[in-house]
Design a protein around this ligand. Sequence first.
Ligand code: URA
Ligand code: SF4
Length: 212
Amino acid sequence: MPSGPTSSSTRTAENTGAARFVPEGAGWAALRSAAAKCQGCELYRDASQTVFGEGPVRSSRLMMVGEMPGDREDAEGHVFVGPAGRLLDKALADAGLDRSGLYLTNAVKHFRFTERGKRRIHQQPRRSEVVACFPWLREEIRVVKPRLVVCLGAVAAKALLGPSFKLTEHRGEVLEHDGLRIGVTVHPSAVLRAESYRKAYAAFVKDLKAYA
Ligand code: URA
Ligand code: SF4
């Protein structure tokens, strides 16, 4: 085998990120198809499928970014269709927002988990995976052109605002960053886990209302 720049390199598809899978200047449908074949980090190996963002591409003024697909999303291939999604749907409705009018996506497009018996337990994505997957989110923002991007939880917020970003210090604010207007609130799963569900839910809906 000739030892060209690729074969002599010790890097594999697993540590080069999504960029080389992204078709330049593509529209949403082509991006989604390309993402289905992404091997930009190791998460594609164990997950069932890539879960790309969804929503009206040209008319979404609001984009919401979660963390990563969960067990249900991995099985069904759609964003926010499990327990966190049901909570999000309810909160959106209570905030006067219609899910069908928003573009919903995640910072990381493949499910990361460990197996415990027959159950698959969600694991938070590593920073390297968030960075590897970022080209897809960047492209989604390019084609959707939302007026506001709302990060649901710290993983999404750090994907867009950098690893030292502190969600608790900026929750509910609108930040300007890299030519984007970005809002930040908690992840719906955090509401489900909160000590006081009622308080956490009310605060979540209040944030969503402000961003609506
Ligand atoms: N949690 C997320 O962050 N995204 C989903 O799509 C589902 C659960
Ligand atoms: Fe590609 Fe993102 Fe999946 Fe990693 S998580 S393989 S970067 S789509």
